[in-house]
Design a protein around this ligand. Structure first.
Ligand code: A2P
Length: 343
């Protein structure tokens, strides 16, 4: 069987990776529809040697679509995902629009693939920072139990889209050349103030919430509990944007129920699906964003027991935010859906 697939947000940082992965992984497609805003209508994108013309996203554009991959922002998903479902499509949504709705599975295939069976037309792809964290922590949770997670992120600008990528490139050149500039995109396009990202670290990703955490931080808190089916796990996050193009890094501290053994943790993670352990201090081996970029796996290293707590563990977790954090996870969901639930 082959499918008519649509990518919504096809011209964006994530959408472009989705199109590339659909081709590279030989996803069973007989037709690919590429949708974006009216601004991009008429743009040409090549797919499997053919040229596809990007169309404006409208309700009618979803006629005949079997699987729609959405990555055009939460408001576009809110406006069009249900229109797609009404017309018979399965929606895999990479935005924050529906993630916490009870009847929408929130899926990381290495962690809770079984949840996709409960969908009512929409399956949500978690936030990029959450995905790489839960892939690394699932084997630890299964073996030792998870009580508490404290995470600080070092997030790449591509997570904020193509305009943010351009902003980092241009600002970096201007700083080095001593030219003046006005920040326009980061930290958050829709917030009032903008700050320099080149040669800086900005402790704000998405909008502040009433509790003084940012929405990105609260996504990590809520989504982790939902994906792991455990509301008792305590999670606190600090999310920081840094001047890296691609690849989110995370410093994670976890407290487990049972005492941990570091060598056993390394072995568990070596055997875990989708994880690559890079952890050898003697050889200066640890995960790096520059190495993780372009790869689909989650890289884990710097695995250490806490100095004071026998059930405390520190990890450094890195992954390509556009791939495992977004496009690749969405396509894994689509592949699992067609293989497990269609045949
Ligand atoms: P466009 O390129 O036409 O603006 P990024 O994450 O890199 O910023 O990309 C966002 C994606 O979402 C782009 O493909 C963008 O299309 C798309 N998009 C933005 N606004 C809309 C909209 N109102 N309707 C449909 N697609 C949209």
């Amino acid at each position: 069987q082959t499918y008519h697939v649509a990518v919504v947000g096809a011209t964006g940082a994530v959408g472009q990776q989705m199109v590339r992965l659909l081709e590279e992984r030989q996803f069973p497609i007989h037709k690919l529809t590429l949708l974006a805003s009216r601004r991009s209508a008429g743009k040409q994108v090549s797919f499997k040697g053919e040229t596809i013309t990007v169309k404006e996203t409208t309700p009618e554009a979803f006629e005949g679509i079997d699987i729609a991959l959405f990555s055009a922002g939460g408001s576009v998903s809110k406006q069009f995902a249900k229109e797609a479902v009404k017309r018979g499509a399965l929606v895999i949504d990479n935005t924050n629009a529906f993630r916490m709705e009870p009847d929408v599975p929130l899926v990381v295939p290495e962690v809770n693939l079984e949840d996709i069976g409960k969908h009512q037309g929409i399956i949500a792809n978690p936030n990029c920072s959450t995905i790489q964290m839960v892939v690394a922590l699932k084997p630890i949770k299964d073996k030792y139990g998870l009580k508490r997670i404290i995470v600080s992120t070092y997030q790449a600008v591509s997570g904020a889209g193509n305009l943010a990528l351009e902003e980092l490139k241009e600002q970096s050149a201007k700083v080095l050349n001593g030219e003046a500039f006005t920040p326009e995109v980061l930290p958050v396009a829709k917030d009032k103030k903008k700050f320099q990202i080149a040669f800086n670290a900005i402790p704000q990703i998405d909008l502040f919430q009433e509790n003084d955490y940012t929405l990105e931080e609260m996504k990590m808190v809520r989504e982790t509990k939902k994906i792991m089916h455990d509301d008792t796990i305590e999670v606190a996050a600090t999310c920081v944007r840094i001047p890296v193009f691609t690849g989110h890094s995370e410093s994670i501290y976890v407290e487990t129920e049972k005492e941990v053994n570091v060598e056993e943790v390394r072995q568990l993670l070596r055997e875990a699906p989708g994880v690559i352990v890079e952890d050898n201090p003697a050889e200066q081996l640890y995960p790096l964003a520059t190495r993780a970029a372009g790869r689909p796996e989650v890289f884990v290293g710097r695995i250490r027991r806490d100095l004071d707590r026998p059930n405390g563990l520190h990890l450094w977790v890195v992954s390509d935010n556009l791939l495992k954090g977004a496009a690749y996870n969405s396509i894994q969901i689509a592949e699992a859906y067609i293989s497990k639930f269609q045949s």
